[in-house]
Structures are given as C-alpha cells and as structure tokens.
Design a binder for this molecule. Structure first.
Ligand code: UDP
Length: 242
C-alpha cells in the first residue's frame, strides 16, 4: 500500500506512470513523486513487484541527484520528505529518452549484432521517442528536427550534459565496485534552462558487479534471473557508503 506524505501536499494526482505517481503540492512549481514497488518491462507486457523498490529507487535517485548538483548539473531534485517520495521542481518535459552506453547490452545487441559486454571505444548517445503507442522508437537528429522536439543547438546541449552525467556516474559507481554499462535520462525545461528530470535508479541503468559482471539491475526482473529484491538492496547499500 502506498502512502502519500502529508505536508506541502495537496494530493492532487497529476500523472501516474508505470513506476511513479506525480502529485501537485501547495507550492507552485513543486511536485511530489511517489515511487511504487510495481515493476514493468517490455512495454508493460511483463508486470510484477520488487520488494521495497519505491524506497530504494527514491533513495538512490536522491543520492545521485545530490552528487550531480554538487558537480553543477542542473536537475529537478529538491528533497526527500519520505523514504519512497521526492519533492521535484516541475519541468516542461522533452519527449526523448536519452540513452548513454559504455558497454554493449540490451537493444544495442539486437539492433547491431555487436556482442554483449563489448566495451565501446567512446560512450554512445542514442535518442528514443518517448511514445508508448509507437514502442519508443530510435530517432536520429533529422527525425528529432522533423518532429520539432528540440532544436539542433538544444540537442547538442542535451548530448553534452548526458556525457557529463555519464562521466560523473561512471566514476561514482566505479568507486562502489560497480560498472555503469548504460542508462536512460530524461530532460525538461525549467527555471535554470535545460534540466535533468526523471530518476536515476537500477530501473533505468544497467549495473554490473565489477568483480564478476553479476547483473544488479532491472535485467534481473526482465529476464527472470532471480534475486531481484536483493540486488536492488545491494546497489542501495553500496551507493550509500559513498
Ligand atoms: N531504459 C529505460 N527505459 C526504457 C528503455 C530503456 O530506462 O523504456 C534503460 C535501460 O534500463 C537501459 C538503457 O535504458 O539501462 C538502454 O536500454 P536498451 O535500449 O538496451 O533497451 P532494453 O534492452 O532495456 O529494452
């Protein structure tokens, strides 16, 4: 059962996604994101629950957003009023999923036949159209211009920011004994211009144990590898040490 924290909350549900509910608060421009334990994969064809995922993802996200703030990367995180909830600044979201990859995995294997686990010579940035009905297709720069999602100058800003985030998070996870294989970011427009939104958690990153490449992320759920709850807890424990 999800409980919505009291306080600045007016409890008006603005949006419900697969992993989060977003509420308005009595402060204009401040939203409350309540993280759910529900898990979905393959465009919601697979559904389940990961024990304490809401708390784990909210806490890991808060920790990483604080690191990014300290490194000068504008992001929407404000504070964590409850273990499973974050206050966030409201953004005008850009309907792009920005994926950064350091190592071949997931859809890059199936699209290119490159072998899973191959280290990329340099990070690869990809853009997917955030559109469930279309199944989030891969877009190139020309598609993005055609659809008018952002200008090419704005796309260059997004790419630069995503690569900076990759540098910061890769170094951080390395210190936790974890390889950051790939991850997905979402951006929006706020008072500070281009601003990182969404969450930073094992739901939208691939994280492999540095010792033996053991999968510690949502792929355990996607591919029924077992030990899903434990892996999320393990990432949380390692992240909170630094
Ligand atoms: N990802 C995500 N949401 C999506 C699709 C992908 O958070 O809707 C993340 C995923 O967890 C991985 C990265 O983006 O860390 C790259 O995912 P990929 O394109 O390989 O797709 P997948 O194999 O996850 O379908």
């Amino acid at each position: 059962m999800l409980t919505v924290p009291e306080g600045r909350v007016t409890n008006s549900l603005l949006y419900e996604g697969k992993a989060k509910q977003i509420y308005t608060t009595d402060q204009p421009g401040v939203l409350l994101a309540v993280f759910k334990d529900d898990a979905t994969a393959f465009n919601a064809q697979k559904r389940g629950t990961i024990q304490r995922k809401g708390q784990v993802n909210a806490t890991i996200s808060a920790h990483l957003f604080r690191k990014l703030t300290a490194a000068g990367i504008p992001n929407h995180f404000l504070d964590q009023p409850e273990p499973h909830a974050l206050h966030l600044s409201q953004l005008r979201m850009i309907p792009l999923e920005v994926v950064v990859r350091n190592v071949v995995a997931g859809s890059l294997c199936t699209r290119t036949d490159l072998p899973r686990g191959q280290v990329l010579a340099r990070p690869l940035v990809e853009y997917f159209y955030k559109n469930d009905r279309l199944g989030d297709p891969l877009l190139n720069n020309e598609h993005i211009a055609l659809l008018g999602l952002v200008t090419m100058d704005e796309l260059a800003l997004i790419r630069t920011s995503a690569l900076q985030v990759n540098e910061i998070l890769s170094n951080f996870y390395q210190a936790c004994g974890i390889r950051l294989i790939d991850f997905k970011l979402e951006y929006g427009w706020g008072d500070q211009g281009l601003t990182l939104g969404d969450e930073l958690s094992p739901d939208n990153c691939r994280l492999w144990d540095m010792r033996d490449d053991r999968v510690l992320d949502k792929d355990r759920f996607r591919h029924d590898l077992g030990g899903v709850d434990e892996s999320y807890q393990e990432v949380l424990a390692r992240v909170l040490k630094l």
